[in-house]
Design a protein around this ligand. Structure first.
Ligand code: 1HN
Length: 348
């Protein structure tokens, strides 16, 4: 079945050069590289970025580069396995840490890539998406779906830092990434009214049953509620089963963005857990606590606000270092994309 295929060296040089000169190539010398047997070739390295390393560089960016010269003041996490200039943590996922200082604004724009913000530090920061003013407190998830206007501001004191996750490598990779700029939005919903509409799981505004569903009815998922659900589930979830919740569109129950999926995990005190191996690539960000992740055999000790990369098809073990306190992790993955492409798999 899997026999050795012919190489470029097997071919007359003049034949091969002729093919190249006509912008063509023989498939067979490259076939196994582009379509390996059993498992994909994964260039993504399992690595971790410590918040303690990135934060000082981000704070320094605040001194070196005024917001007007940056638009978005971001230090980008770059997986060396994918080429650091390509600004990818996994082949589909871009991650950056963004800093905004008191009184600064990051101008209004919209673009084809999907984005989310996950708040790390500081208070008083906000994002306006589709006219809704959305506060960003530690652990809050805020969606900026493709095509929706968004801009950021900061009404508090001290630095505000959040994590940006985008499907930029994917959208850029298909020559589809671009933005449009505009004047600041009119804030039509200063009080985050959608939070009230979807505050109770399983209960939605009555009209949502009959009408054509909005694509993105809920844009902000406060951490406080997610943490409470995880802590409540921890007591009733069997040992060795992950305490794991997905962020979804509350009207459809489906994923909340087209390509990227979001979820949160709690590691119980002393817990050492193998996640189910999946086809999707993922990024894990530590909200609270510390421990060790072992990703495809690579041991990555983690603490609060650290971020790590997991390749497609990766074996992931997560151990909580504390016997007393829980640890909480936020996950971004490209499972929705894999599902849409028809090849999402869960193994084992
Ligand atoms: C973007 O729009 C933001 O809106 C942050 O804060 C990072 C990276 C690449 C492309 C667009 C933002 C981004 C981005």
């Amino acid at each position: 079945m899997s026999s050795e295929l012919g190489s470029v060296a097997d071919l007359p040089a003049e034949y091969y050069q002729g093919l190249v000169s006509r912008n063509t190539l023989p498939l067979w010398p490259s076939l196994r590289a582009v379509l390996p047997y059993g498992k994909p070739n994964r260039r993504t390295r399992p690595i971790l970025w410590r918040y303690a390393d990135v934060r000082p560089d981000l704070i320094r960016a605040g001194e070196l580069t005024p917001i007007e010269k940056a638009e978005r003041r971001v230090i980008v996490l770059c997986n060396p396995g994918l080429g650091i200039e390509n600004m990818q943590v996994t082949p589909t996922i871009y991650i950056g840490l963004q800093l905004i200082l008191p009184g600064e604004t990051a101008p209004n724009h919209r673009h084809t890539p999907s984005a989310v913000r996950f708040a790390i530090e500081g208070s008083g920061g906000f994002t306006v998406v589709r006219g809704e003013k959305l506060p960003m407190e530690k652990g809050d998830l805020i969606l900026t779906p493709p095509g929706l206007w968004h801009e950021h501001g900061h009404e508090g004191t001290g630095p505000v830092i959040w994590l940006d996750a985008l499907d930029l490598p994917l959208v850029y990779g298909i020559d589809a990434s671009y933005a449009i700029e505009a004047k600041p939005q009119q804030v039509t919903d200063p009080g985050n009214a959608s939070a009230a509409r979807f505050a109770q799981g399983g209960v939605i505004p009555y009209g949502s049953l009959a009408r054509q569903r909005a694509d993105y009815p809920l844009l902000r998922f406060p951490w406080r509620g997610v943490r409470r659900v995880l802590a409540d589930m921890a007591g009733t979830t069997p040992p060795h089963e992950a305490v794991h919740v997905a962020y979804v569109n509350p009207e459809t129950g489906r994923e909340c963005l087209p390509t990227l999926g979001f979820s949160a995990l709690m590691l119980r005190p002393g817990e050492d857990l193998a996640l189910r191996r999946r086809s999707a690539s993922a990024v894990l960000h530590v909200v609270e606590g510390g421990g060790t992740a072992v990703v495809d055999g690579v041991s990555l000790p983690f603490g609060e606000s650290d971020t790590l990369a997991a390749p497609t098809h990766a074996q992931i073990r997560l151990a909580n270092a504390s016997a007393k306190s829980p640890a909480f992790l936020f996950m971004v993955d490209d499972a929705p994309l894999h599902r849409k492409l028809g090849f999402y798999e869960v193994f084992d």
